[in-house]
Design a protein around this ligand. Sequence first.
Ligand code: SF4
Length: 380
Amino acid sequence: MEKLLLEGNRRKAVKNPEYITKIAQIKGISGPERKKLENLSGIFRFRSNDYYQSLIDWGDPNDPIRKISTPNEGEFLESSNWAFDASGEESYTQVPGLQHKYKSTALLLVNDVCGGFCRFCFRKRLFIDHGDEVVKDISKGLDYIKNHPEISNVLLTGGDPLVLSTGNLERIIAQLREVDHVKIVRIGSKMPAFNPMRITGDPKLLEMLSRYSENERKIYLMAHFNHPKELTKEAVEALSLLQKAGVITINQTPLLRGINDDPKALSELFEKLSFAGVPPYYVFQCRPTKGNEMFAVPMEEAFTIFQEAQSRCSGLAKRARFVMSHHSGKIEIVGISDENVFMKYHRVPKGFAGKNIAVLPRNSKAFWLDDYENANEALF
Ligand code: SF4
């Protein structure tokens, strides 16, 4: 009977997902736990929807979807001095709403809302107080892009650009398409996981994307699946429709304690993505961001899990790189020996040149580059 009710709720949620923003609306959390979370939930915002919540097995306290989306006491640990902006993103803000760190790629932060708020988000500062990192009027960002012919890629991010109406998103993409040197428009979005019906239920969105994803100037959807459970029938359908519209789909995810820190789950994610025509692109070391302590895995352990997961996959499913988005650049961890960890800069900010390969003494407790002694000297 209960199973039938759950299936009924899921069918309703699939047809017309309803957003929820209050702990009291989470059906799977009861009395004392709900009270405790309501008292704590003031700091990091909560947003989900009944479709995504329907993927949770409430009988399993370790359910990965629950961990991704539902507030928990761990968020409020004051155990570390981790910062809100672990990668110093704000320092690369050139004009309000635009970051430019790597020569060919600019980021336009087009909103400060997502389909849901991931509990491990490294940008949760934006959802609390975004200052001028996110702006509604992107005209200054567009002028900056026009005046920088080296920018061939623009990533629309935030927040999640697919929260915008199709009309508003088109206005942004159309203006970017007027800039000859911008070849690739990337849309960073977890909507295919949080609410695939945003895509499957909006033919105008698909038609618009197909118009602007041109033969030599593609639109990329940078999806954000963290666990294979998110790859539901609806999510795979959304990916397939995007592909039919000429959008290139790829995936990136951080490696997260309790969510995908298991080679079996991670390899299943890689494989299922590859079956759906979505190459795994990056696996990120979890940024040491305030409130994310419970999701962090020490870097060498994370890399070992990543390698083990890749070893279980076909070639097409193991195309991801394991990287750390450090303030000084995007650093790829390329190997580990008994004594050393080997890294190299995958991307460096404009004007910098990183060494080819850096060899650092191992530190099993390191969560970030700065935890390694003399790391900067070794890399530059
Ligand atoms: S979808 Fe991305 S930006 Fe939005 S909450 Fe999740 S991690 Fe943060």
